[in-house]
Design a binder for this molecule. Structure first.
Ligand SMILES: Nc1ncnc2c1ncn2[C@@H]1O[C@H](COP(=O)(O)OP(=O)(O)O)[C@@H](O)[C@H]1O
Ligand SMILES: [Mg+2]
Length: 320
């Protein structure tokens, strides 16, 4: 496999126009440097505008290493374009990517296969919060979490303590992000589990517990400011809870049809129940990111992690 990959030109796709552009550039550059260091013929490709087709054509590469977060790279659209062009790419296919980026559709699937996820209520961008407020408070209680249906990096995530805040702030969040999701607030441990490998080799990595030092939750600042969040790995959880958490993360990845790698975001309640929040099909690969830390805890170096992700692009029988 290594020989085959060494003969190929690898295009590391990064940037894009989603709100996670800056993070994608950090992830992409680090992956690119790792590939170069390992002797691969890598090219770094920053997708800056809508001329994606032209950029991909001009890039003249054999394999795409997708490091675009959010819209375009994580929602199945670039995967569809690469499929059409006959170019192999890393990670999940069209359907799994599209499902995973949409938190509402993900949750419907989680519920169908028995993956516990926080109770929720969707709010379409065309409906007013006043129509659902009473039902919302009655069914989900307070505090309550609101998040965009299709976003990442905690952008647009808010936790409301008081009912009055809903009418004041939700319209602004709707204006900026469109369709929203309200979720029951789970009080407990914030954790993520990386999933790595394809087919039979797919396995969960050790659980990473995240302890933001200042923020109320794992928000944008806590994610991307050096020293703002303490990483506890392995997580301080009872053995049985760890096993259940890894199992449910693996099941969530499989249920959406993900492939190659992903990172499952979770909340573990004080009662020891694990709730899946979402699956990220192109998780961050920056210096401060979760997945590289989880790999390291499993004695997989950053370079080896990059290699294993790269292998997901060229394995036999990769299905969409
Ligand atoms: N239901 C919830 N209960 C408690 N905290 C939550 C809940 N949902 C999200 N959070 C907090 O917000 C963070 C980001 O939520 P997540 O659903 O993973 O969205 P994103 O795609 O923006 O990462 C979580 O890591 C957690 O700290
Ligand atoms: Mg998340």
């Amino acid at each position: 496999m290594r020989d085959l990959l060494h003969s190929m030109k690898i295009g590391v796709l990064m940037g894009g126009w989603s709100k996670e552009r800056e993070i994608s550039l950090l992830s992409g550059k680090r992956v690119f440097q790792s590939l170069q260091k390992q002797g691969y013929q890598a090219v770094s490709i920053d997708i800056e505008d809508r001329n994606v087709l032209g950029v991909l054509r001009d890039g003249n590469f054999d394999v795409a290493f997708i490091m675009l977060h959010g819209e375009l790279g994580e929602d199945g659209t670039i995967q569809g374009l690469l499929e059409t062009m006959g170019i192999s790419y890393t990670g999940s296919g069209v359907l799994a990517s599209a499902l995973a980026l949409n938190k509402l559709f993900s949750k419907r699937i989680f519920k169908a296969v028995g993956v516990r996820t926080p109770p929720y209520l969707p709010l379409s961008k065309i409906l007013s919060i006043d129509h659902v407020k009473d039902r919302l408070v009655k069914t989900l209680g307070l505090p309550v979490v609101v998040k965009p249906v299709c976003q990442g990096s905690s952008i647009g995530v808010h936790i409301f303590q008081r009912e009055e805040e809903l009418s004041e702030l939700v319209p602004q969040v709707q204006e900026e992000f469109g369709d929203l999701l309200f979720e029951k607030y789970i009080d407990g441990t914030i954790a993520t589990v990386g999933i790595l490998g394809t087919g039979e080799e797919t396995r969960p990595l050790p659980i990473l517990e995240l302890v933001p030092k200042k923020s109320q939750f794992y928000d944008y600042e806590a994610k991307y400011t050096k020293g703002a969040t303490q990483f506890v790995i392995p997580a301080h959880l009872p053995e049985g809870v760890c096993q259940k958490t890894q199992d449910v993360a693996f099941l969530a990845h499989k249920a959406l049809g993900c492939d190659g790698f992903s990172r499952v975001d979770l909340m573990i309640s004080r009662e020891g129940e694990t709730y899946v929040l979402e699956v990220n099909t192109v998780p961050g690969m920056t210096e401060l990111s979760n997945l590289p830390a989880e790999a390291e805890a499993a004695e997989i170096s950053y370079d080896e992690l990059v290699f294993e992700i790269l292998c997901s692009a060229v394995r036999e029988g990769k299905g969409r």
